[in-house]
Design a protein around this ligand. Structure first.
Ligand code: AMP
Length: 216
């Protein structure tokens, strides 16, 4: 069984590593933020409900988020394991996950630890390709041509929730609602701290060693 949860503040790089970890473990990964965004661009009812929360940096209400993710978690194709990116983010979500899976069924919770001032710099400088979702950063990873994707030529855009006022609110909500979830997992001895302020490649190397050591 390989059930891994990626936790950390917005901008800590969970999303960048999620599919890599899933491919190492040969399981599927899911990102709640990506699911909400694809519902938003597809104009679904769920997307319309999520929109106002996401754009102001608030969490989408638990009932909606839990319903959406639990269907995926309990799908028989994920029986052998999964990587969750961005869920659980509230105590209710964590308790619901525990009760649906059965107690103590998560193998590892990786905490992506990054100082808040670096997160603000990362998030407010982030630009994403409209077409292929490749992320860029105006200082750390700029595109060759301004606002154009190197890979596919698509237009780059800034996420509404990467604007400074919204980023500050996202970090505040993270502190209030998600830090208690970290505390909850630290009591289960499943929590592994990772210094995620380093480069993508270095963090990736650490993750590979961690998974090799801890998850069979
Ligand atoms: P992310 O891409 O992970 O930063 O998520 C973007 C936005 O989606 C968040 O700011 C929330 O509005 C919403 N969201 C993602 N995951 C959750 C969750 N587990 N619970 C509630 N809202 C969420």
């Amino acid at each position: 069984m390989t059930r891994v949860i990626l936790m950390g503040p917005p901008g800590s790089g969970k999303g960048t590593q999620a599919s890599y970890i899933a491919s190492l473990l040969q399981v599927n990964s899911i990102s709640t933020g990506d699911l909400f965004r694809s519902n938003l661009s597809g104009g679904t009812e769920l997307g319309l409900i999520a929109k106002e929360y996401m754009e102001s940096g608030e969490y989408v209400p638990d009932d909606i988020t839990i319903g959406m993710i639990m269907n995926w978690v309990m799908d028989p194709q994920n029986d052998s394991g999964f990587v969750l990116d961005g869920f659980p983010r509230t105590m209710r979500q964590a308790e619901e996950l525990d009760s649906r899976l059965g107690h103590n069924k998560v193998d590892m919770v990786v905490f992506f630890d990054v100082a808040f001032n670096l997160l603000i710099e990362r998030l407010t400088g982030r630009w994403i390709c409209q077409a292929c979702q490749r992320p860029y950063h105006h200082l750390f990873a700029p595109p060759d041509q301004e606002k154009i994707c190197n890979s596919c030529g698509g237009d780059l855009y800034q996420r509404e929730d990467d604007k400074l006022e919204v980023v500050e609110n996202r970090l505040k909500i993270y502190r209030e609602s998600t830090e208690p979830v970290l505390e909850y997992y630290s009591q289960t001895n499943k929590l592994q701290n990772l210094d995620a302020s380093r480069s993508i490649e270095v963090v990736r190397g650490d993750l590979a060693s961690l998974l090799k050591e801890k998850v069979s």
